[in-house]
Design a protein around this ligand. Structure first.
Ligand SMILES: [Zn+2]
Length: 398
């Protein structure tokens, strides 16, 4: 009888990165939520693994949230879904501290392709998301905090479809001339849902801009050029993996179109412009997330292979990097023969022979950590990454 007197739980997504599709109230404590998902410019390759919503008016008894409408397509292969049996979404009561739903909180229905979440809320309001969110606002706050650091330079290299700034950060010791320094380019968030990579970026920046003597040494020897948010529009609207016109920003590096994909055009001209003005690039790395695979793959000239192999070994030895395959070599394109299917590393290698890597990190259970990866793990990995990159580039050749 009690349930008759319960008001319906209110669902909202009216905040940065908020996203959810249609919501049905099956009972006052049971919601059936369609995940919005996103398709590309040809209405193909639907991916539905970003949801971030607020629940209000929660009871002090168990609630049930079903996530449905998860099926999609990956690289034109239908039937795939990126919310899986191993997905453990996160919840928060303050949007600062995020906890994973545990195995006991989750039920997977393979037949319907449905993830059911069950929880007794501790407070009247909570937020649920696929992974801990990382917004434009959080990056702005971080950069405001870092403002005035002599080792950080900010540049706007272009604007997105919706006229947001595309930032390029440079981290190095400006008192030491660039000749003789190694140069590393890093790119994060080509795909909006992959928020954990932004926590890696933040961890890397916090370490590199810190008073740690190890960081000072790295700043003396390396120039880091960092594109922290490659798709700020997607991040703002709670998108999945396409820009505001539906283009995948980690394909299309062979189909440069400044009107439909101003993000790629701006990033590409910043990188190629650097090279064409005589700047070196010892390594480029783009960061991504997957469900349960973790790897490093590269489009590499032969002379850069030992550096990539050293980086792979150092990351495996010294960080939470948990490779599920050895160092991979990228093909020429993700879909050979079809235009608009080159990743950033494939495109940069094709255009200028830049040694370019792509790193994927899992968001599901990480056996090396012995748990689901937390925000703290990503921040710590960012610091370890900076050191591994430095060591890989400056180690004496064997
Ligand atoms: Zn990605």
């Amino acid at each position: 009888m009690l349930s008759l007197f319960l008001a319906a739980i209110a669902v909202s997504t009216q905040f940065e990165a908020g996203s959810l599709g249609k919501v049905e109230h099956l009972s006052p404590v049971h919601l059936r939520c369609s995940v919005e998902g996103e398709s590309d410019q040809d209405k193909r390759n639907r991916q539905a693994n970003w949801y971030y919503f607020q629940l209000d008016g929660l009871p002090q008894s168990e609630i049930v949230v079903d996530l449905v409408n998860l099926a999609g397509e990956y690289n034109y292969r239908p039937g795939s879904h990126s919310v899986t049996k191993g997905s453990r979404p996160v919840y928060s009561y303050d949007r600062q501290r995020w906890e994973h739903f545990t195995d006991a909180n989750v039920e997977w229905d393979e037949k319907e392709v449905r993830l059911r979440l069950k929880l007794v809320p501790e407070r009247g309001r909570m937020w649920i998301a696929h992974v801990p969110p990382y917004t434009n606002q959080r990056l702005r706050r971080l950069l405001a905090e870092m403002n005035g650091k002599p080792y950080l330079e900010k540049q706007v290299i272009g604007r997105t479809v919706q006229r947001r700034d595309i930032l390029l950060l440079t981290v190095t010791n400006p008192a030491i001339p660039p000749a003789g320094k190694k140069v590393v380019w890093l790119m994060f968030r080509q795909h909006a849902w992959e928020a954990p990579t932004s926590h890696v970026c933040e961890g890397l920046l916090r370490f590199l801009l810190s008073d740690d003597p190890a960081a000072a040494k790295i700043r003396d020897q390396v120039i880091f050029k960092i594109i922290p948010l490659a798709d700020p529009d997607g991040v703002a609207r709670g998108g999945v993996r396409f820009n505001a016109h539906g283009y995948d920003l980690n394909r299309n590096w062979d189909a440069v179109d400044p009107r439909r994909m101003p993000e790629i055009a701006a990033q590409r001209s910043a990188i190629l412009g650097w090279v064409d003005k005589g700047g070196r690039i010892d390594l480029f790395i783009a960061f991504h997330n997957t469900e349960s695979a973790e790897y490093l793959e590269g489009s590499l000239p032969p002379e850069a292979v030992p550096t990539a192999e050293r980086l792979f070994r150092l990351l495996t030895l010294k960080t939470s990097f948990n490779p599920t395959s050895p160092l991979r070599r990228s093909g020429v394109s993700t879909t050979p023969g079809k235009p608009g299917r080159m990743t950033v590393n494939q495109g940069l290698y094709r255009d200028r022979g830049i040694p370019a890597l792509l790193m994927e990190q899992m968001v599901e259970y990480n056996s090396k950590l012995g748990r689901l990866p937390r925000v703290e793990d990503r921040l710590e990995f960012g610091a370890g990454l900076a050191q591994a990159v430095w060591e890989a580039l400056t180690a004496p050749q064997q």
